[in-house]
Design a protein around this ligand. Structure first.
Ligand code: SF4
Ligand code: SF4
Length: 179
């Protein structure tokens, strides 16, 4: 499969600069409120602050993909003398914790880099982090070219021509059962 260049957007996090103010949570939840900016509720934010003031832990984490199964890689981390819990660095919305779930519906939340209408030049959490704990970066990465729907359609058409519609449908049904 051929490779193509893709723009990747990331938020870099410097935990040493985070003072736990939670402005990022307020900005994110207000931007995604309906109507926009009508309310703010950190539980609806796509960036959450993992905090344990007694251990001086302030770790902002922004939401990644939803995963329907719990993972098995549970480790504790000690970095610069601070102990972090097993799931602290994980960005997933997953069954083992309440993080990154819409409080009313329970639906998973995922960071959209504030591309929602109107798209922001810089993510709001980054704009509102006055301590520069969050910085925005865009970089180009080479990724596998995605299979385009038109290509799939052309492929299916030629298979139907060659083997007949019924045979192709039976095969697809068999493959779906295996998944
Ligand atoms: S706005 Fe910045 S300093 Fe405040 S909690 Fe969020 S990441 Fe930390
Ligand atoms: S980039 Fe936007 S959507 Fe993502 S966590 Fe920051 S404020 Fe929320």
């Amino acid at each position: 499969m051929s490779k193509v260049k893709k723009k990747v957007k990331v938020i870099k996090i410097d935990v040493d600069k985070c003072n736990g103010c939670r402005a990022c949570e307020v900005a994110c939840s207000a931007f995604h409120a309906k109507p926009k900016y009508s309310s703010n509720n950190p539980a609806r934010s796509r960036i959450r602050l993992i905090r344990d003031p007694l251990k001086d832990v302030y770790l902002p984490v922004y939401a990644g993909e939803y995963t329907k199964a719990e993972c098995t890689g549970k480790e504790k981390y000690v970095i610069d003398g601070k102990e972090y819990d097993e799931c602290d660095f994980c960005r997933a919305s997953c069954p083992s914790r309440d993080l990154f779930k819409e409080p009313d519906s329970g639906l998973p939340l995922k960071c959209d880099m504030c591309e929602d209408d109107p798209p922001q030049e810089k993510p709001l959490c980054v704009q509102w982090c006055l301590n520069d704990a969050l910085t925005y970066e865009e970089r180009e990465e080479e990724v596998e070219e995605e299979v385009k729907l038109e290509d799939v359609e052309i492929g299916l058409e030629s298979m139907v021509d060659k083997y007949g519609l019924q045979k192709v449908m039976d095969t697809v049904a068999r493959m779906a059962k295996k998944e």
